[in-house]
Design a protein around this ligand. Structure first.
Ligand SMILES: *Cc1c(COP(=O)(O)O)cnc(C)c1O
Length: 391
């Protein structure tokens, strides 16, 4: 008989019942250090007092009204995002994949309104992940995600990650946009080299097409800048945001320039829940923290500390690990063993990490992690690597 929960997930044998900062407490009382943060979602840790206050205060006032009316919390969050980014305008969603849907619609509508309705193709990259909606799986295009779900949404052209010649060749008079994660998350913490991101911007300008950054995983302070692309100094025309922006409350957004958003007039898009008072109240509280330069400076300092310790870990276990990569507190341990074996050994040592593609284990701690917790985490990872018996 089928399980009462549709069996699409294979879950680890833990049930967490409480969270405190960087810690997850299992039903049996064990305390796990959380280096997954709900896949880069709990950016400010569990039960963060400022977020709890924002949520409970809003919960006592008003939960939902729909977008038929003005929502002050949504306005406030949009203003904060516009103030701190390249964007002129924001649409709120409940998830990353909904942000992908709108990014695709926005890019196509832009050219439709410019009397180039044939420009519908979006170029994406191998190893990318843009969510599980019909557009999201077509964008990533892997057999693993798309098999059996056809016909797929047409209009995606897949290029090998890092192949700039193939990218140039893929741009035609049907191309409307290039969509890329500045640092691939699911793909295995693969950063796009700075020079390549700059070249992408130049290429899009040259061809008059839109550049879409998917910062669903790498955004919201994760890399030590508010958004990862700020390290390189290039800006997109459209950006997808989710995960960290809600700190654990389901919230996503599409940020865009006025030009890129020009096709999205009244009635062209909508969402019942997107931008609801609860999510936006929490989002405002998250933004107030992650836009503070001192907070970001501390993320960078702690990232340096963690990275240094991880280099030591890799050196101590040359049969388990190959290298550390990534930026800020979005780090990957490239493994010589199956990453899931290390993740499982981590569970036994009471530390949570997340496997990714390309033989990588992801380390995505809350940005509020302390120095002591970083030391403790590396101690636990060292224990986990040792128990694998290949060191
Ligand atoms: C998680 C993720 C998504 C999808 O977000 P959901 O909220 O799961 O729909 C899209 N893009 C990237 C880069 C992600 O990491």
């Amino acid at each position: 008989m089928i399980a009462s929960i549709l069996p699409t997930y294979s879950r680890a044998p833990m049930t967490f019942v409480k969270g405190e900062g960087s810690w997850l407490i299992e039903a049996d009382g064990r305390r796990f250090l959380d280096f997954g943060a709900g896949i880069a979602v709990n950016a400010l840790g569990h039960a963060n007092p400022a977020l709890v206050a924002a949520l409970t205060e809003q919960a006592g006032a008003l939960w939902h009204t729909s977008n038929l009316y003005h929502i002050p919390q949504q306005q406030a969050l949009a203003d904060k995002l516009v103030e701190h980014t390249f964007a002129d305008t924001v649409f709120f969603t409940n998830s990353g994949t909904e942000a992908c849907e709108l990014a695709v619609k926005m890019a196509r509508k832009y050219f439709y309104d410019k009397e180039q309705p044939e420009r519908v193709e979006i170029i994406t990259f191998s190893g990318s992940f843009h969510g599980r909606s019909a557009a999201g799986i077509a964008a990533a295009g892997t057999e693993k995600m798309t098999k059996g779900f056809g016909p797929l949404l047409p209009g995606f052209v897949h290029v090998e990650f890092g192949d700039s010649e193939a990218l140039s060749a893929a741009i035609t008079d049907k191309t409307c946009a290039i969509m890329i994660e500045p640092i691939q998350g699911e793909g295995g913490i693969r950063p796009v080299p700075d020079a390549d991101l700059k070249a992408l911007r130049a290429l899009c300008d040259e061809h008059g097409i839109l550049l879409i950054f998917d910062e669903v995983q790498c955004g919201v302070g994760r890399t030590g800048k508010l958004f990862a692309h700020e390290w390189v100094g290039v800006t997109p025309d459209v950006m997808m945001v989710a995960k960290g922006i809600g700190g654990g409350f389901p919230l996503g957004a599409v940020l865009a320039t006025e030009n890129a958003a020009s096709g999205m007039t009244a009635g062209t898009h909508g969402s019942t829940y997107g931008g609801n008072p609860l999510g936006c109240a929490v989002g405002c509280a998250v933004m107030d923290v992650v836009t503070d330069p001192d907070f970001l400076a501390d993320v960078n300092r702690k990232a340096g500390l963690l990275r240094q310790k991880l280099e030591g870990l890799v050196a101590a276990h040359p049969n388990v690990f190959e290298a550390v990569r990534g930026q800020g507190l979005m780090l990957g341990l490239k493994c010589k063993i199956a990453p899931i074996d290390f993740v499982n050994a981590g569970y036994a040592a009471e530390i949570v990490t997340v496997p990714a593609a390309d033989n990588v284990v992801r380390l995505l701690p809350p940005l509020t992690i302390t120095d002591e917790e970083i030391s403790e985490a590396v101690t636990r990872m060292d224990r986990a690597a040792t128990t694998l018996g290949t060191a």
